[in-house]
Design a protein around this ligand. Structure first.
Ligand code: BMA
Length: 317
């Protein structure tokens, strides 16, 4: 029998996908998607989900699970609501959180999109328990999104990966701060390709960077504009540990994209949009939590070692 050659499968979808939908929510919501993720000290997986209501505005709501896949306990009411009185940049909602635990602060940093009249910008909030939050306000002015903090300082500075939009395209940048308030030292990290590439024109950070022995592992999304709409797929790249704007390897091919019915049907079809990862107790299993079709939350799993091997085999600087 002739077996046709296939692309390597790096990610496996969880059998109970989608793992969270609007029907699971304890209060009326339209859709739940694009969740940040973290593993708490006791091993519980916490997802900070983007919840959209019937006005079209989003807020964030926490869901907790012992095994990171099922038995979710969802906060009975919104966990973090927009605060347009103090923060007019949030008047149309808060979206797409990325969570980083910062050992130096003993706190989680949540970078999220604040959507206001000037467009989407990046805001930062700190929390110890996902109950009370200390807002740092808007740290990157519009048009900017897809941001996550690094867990530790680089050369004495906090570092934020983000995606400003310029006339030349939407590329991934990194900026530095001594205090999480004032930001500078901006450097481009990864450029959107051009022409026919799957990641031409517009890319963005997906979950926060993952620290590995070989470097900072980035999973990013690339947006392909087609006559039928946009396709949101994922790629991988690796950056120097002490100089994270130095690209070591970038894969040419996408590694994950919309295929399953819950990814190709929904409010925005053909979107796979992860905002969070957790690493399993084996320190290799990567759980990728992604919004599917801007409608529900799904989980796919891969091995960090396999992903690094794939990058080493077919990536280039
Ligand atoms: C991006 C973000 C995401 C969304 C995606 C697809 O620009 O706004 O929140 O999932 O578009 O609609």
């Amino acid at each position: 029998m002739r077996v046709s050659p296939q692309y390597e499968t790096l990610f496996r979808r969880n059998e109970s996908n989608p793992i969270l939908t609007a029907a699971d929510w304890p209060y009326p919501v339209h859709t739940v998607f694009n969740a940040g993720a973290t593993r708490l000290r006791d091993g519980t997986t916490l997802l900070l989900c983007r919840v959209e209501d019937r006005r079209g505005h989003s807020h964030l709501c926490a869901a907790r699970s012992a095994d990171g896949a099922g038995g979710w306990i969802i906060d009975p009411k919104p966990t973090l609501l927009p605060d347009p009185e103090q923060h007019p940049e949030e008047i149309w909602g808060i979206e797409d959180p990325r969570i980083t635990f910062v050992p130096e602060l003993g706190k989680y940093a949540v970078a999220y999109t604040a959507f206001g009249e000037s467009g989407p910008g990046v805001s930062l909030a700190l929390t110890e328990d996902f109950v009370t939050f200390e807002r740092c306000g808007l740290v990157m002015q519009p048009d900017d999104k897809d941001a996550a903090l690094l867990p530790r300082r680089i050369n004495g500075m906090f570092a934020l990966v983000h995606r400003p939009v310029a006339d030349t395209g939407a590329h991934i940048w990194i900026s530095y701060s001594p205090d999480l308030r004032s930001w500078g030292g901006h450097r481009m990290m990864l450029e959107a390709r051009r022409g026919a590439w799957w990641d031409a024109g517009k890319i963005g950070l997906s979950p926060p960077l993952i620290e590995t022995e070989r470097g900072w592992l980035m999973i990013y999304h690339g947006v392909r504009h087609t006559a039928a709409g946009c396709l949101y797929r994922l790629g991988a790249a690796l950056f120097d540990l002490e100089q994270p704007d130095r690209l070591l390897l970038r894969g040419d091919e996408w590694i994950f994209g919309p295929e399953a019915p819950y990814e190709t049907r929904g409010d925005v079809a053909y979107v796979t949009f992860p905002c969070g990862v957790t690493i399993g107790p084996d320190r290799d299993t990567l759980n990728l939590y992604y919004g599917a079709a801007d409608t529900c939350i799904a989980l796919a799993t891969c091995s960090v070692a396999e992903l690094l091997r794939w990058l080493e085999r077919q990536g280039r600087a």
